[in-house]
Design a protein around this ligand. Structure first.
Ligand SMILES: Nc1ncnc2c1ncn2[C@@H]1O[C@H](COP(=O)(O)OP(=O)(O)OP(=O)(O)O)[C@@H](O)[C@H]1O
Ligand SMILES: [Mg+2]
Length: 381
């Protein structure tokens, strides 16, 4: 069993912080009766949205019926699940809670009729229902949102995360430098799931861990977001910094290329600098085509160096200003963004089917370890 499972809170005592959300949830569930507005949880990943429902259910001997809306085709699937398990009583539990995750990820577009029907089922439900959304302000949720009570979850503090990690290590009988826990808490910026995953990778099977053991985490260097990468490329004069800026980014170089291309002229103001930057990009583009044509991947480094170092060094001095970077319009026209997302989605679905769980579980619970396993495998070759 992974540690995030093993140490999922079994009671509210083990549940960390989120005071306001907990208070709202308790007030709601304790006085719940049919017809009451459902709750809509939202907030960053790994901070206890799902865990709160399970902790409460565990404490009160309730069954949780969880459904991931992203994996279902439409509202009527949700209606069916709720509808059919609404009738039967559970065998060993006192009651049930329905938990419908990623409601904003539901495939078809907003459909007022379907939402209305869903709400009707919700109104008639004999058991409480909690919805979870990544983005509660998504336009397709408007109607649902107006009919739910919103509950916000916050990022956990470094202190909260550290404390929970310490409890886990104590339970496992593992000693650790204080710096190790601090480092793990910091790099996961308020995400306890990420922190526990990291801790497991570092500590499992050991009696004691030190800062040196953190090296294995290299593989999971927090994903740099594209805005930071652009900021580095556009602001730095250091070739190394520019080169490294794309190391930890979870986008392929072609996509990064278009992000840079789109934003050069927003950042740089002097014409000769803009021209120089575009020259570098055009050379990068030539390399890209050679790579594709001859399948010569050794040229890759010239391609990425031209678009990072080439663009970085095109300026005389850094512009001390804030630029709002825009997503590349060309990707939208080419439908490339959608294409990569679709491809990724399909791969996740395949894995989910193989592992018999939701795609979200694959992403959050299996992928970190698969990446680690495969990294070692590639190293041997
Ligand atoms: N507030 C918390 N108290 C105790 N444990 C927590 C808390 N938040 C997260 N965890 C730990 O992290 C794991 C993942 O948390 P959870 O599934 O609740 O995240 P989430 O907020 O639902 O994230 P997502 O939006 O990705 O679904 C839990 O199984 C638990 O081990
Ligand atoms: Mg969750």
């Amino acid at each position: 069993m992974t540690w995030i499972r093993k140490y999922a809170p079994k009671s509210l005592k083990e549940y960390v912080n989120q005071k306001e959300a907990v208070a709202k949830f308790l007030a709601w569930i304790k006085n719940w009766k049919p017809g009451k507005k459902p709750l809509l949880f939202y907030g960053p990943p790994g901070v206890g949205k799902t865990a709160l429902v399970y902790a409460y259910a565990h404490e009160n001997n309730l069954a949780v019926i969880e459904l991931n809306a992203s994996d279902t085709r439409n509202y009527s699937t949700i209606r069916k699940v709720i509808g059919s398990s609404m009738k039967g009583a559970t065998l060993f539990k006192k009651g049930k809670i329905f938990l419908i995750d990623e409601i904003d990820g539901l495939a078809p577009r907003y459909d007022a009729g379907a939402v209305n029907e869903l709400l009707k089922i919700v109104k008639e439900s004999r058991y409480p229902i909690v919805f979870i959304a990544n983005d509660p302000y998504s336009p397709k949720l408007r109607h649902l949102r107006e009919n739910c009570e919103l509950v916000a979850f916050k990022k956990l503090s470094v202190y909260d995360v550290e404390r929970r990690l310490k409890q886990i290590l104590d339970a496992e009988g593992i000693k650790a430098d204080k710096q190790v826990l601090r480092a793990i808490a910091n790099r996961n910026a308020g995400d306890l799931r990420g922190a526990i995953n990291d801790l497991e990778v570092v500590a499992r099977g050991k009696k004691e861990i030190t800062v040196k053991d953190l090296d294995v985490l290299g593989y999971r260097e927090r994903e740099e977001n594209i805005f930071n990468t652009l900021k580095i490329i556009f602001k730095t004069k250091s070739p190394i910094a520019a080169k490294l800026s794309i190391m930890n980014i979870d986008k392929d170089p072609d996509e990064v290329f278009w992000w840079i291309e789109e934003n050069v002229s927003n950042e740089y103001e002097k014409l000769e600098e803009i021209a120089k930057a575009y020259d570098a990009l055009s050379i990068a583009d030539i390399f890209r085509r050679r790579i594709m044509k001859r399948q010569n991947w050794r040229l890759m480094v010239y391609y990425t160096d031209m678009m990072t170092i080439g663009v970085a060094l095109a300026k005389k001095e850094m512009y001390r200003k804030f630029t709002r970077y825009k997503p590349p319009s060309v990707l939208r026209t080419l439908g490339m963004l959608k294409y990569t997302r679709e491809k990724e989605k399909q791969e996740l679905k395949d894995l989910a089917e193989y592992l018999r769980c939701s795609t979200k579980k694959v992403k959050t619970e299996f992928l970190p370890f698969l990446k680690l396993i495969y990294k070692d495998r590639f190293k041997d070759k």
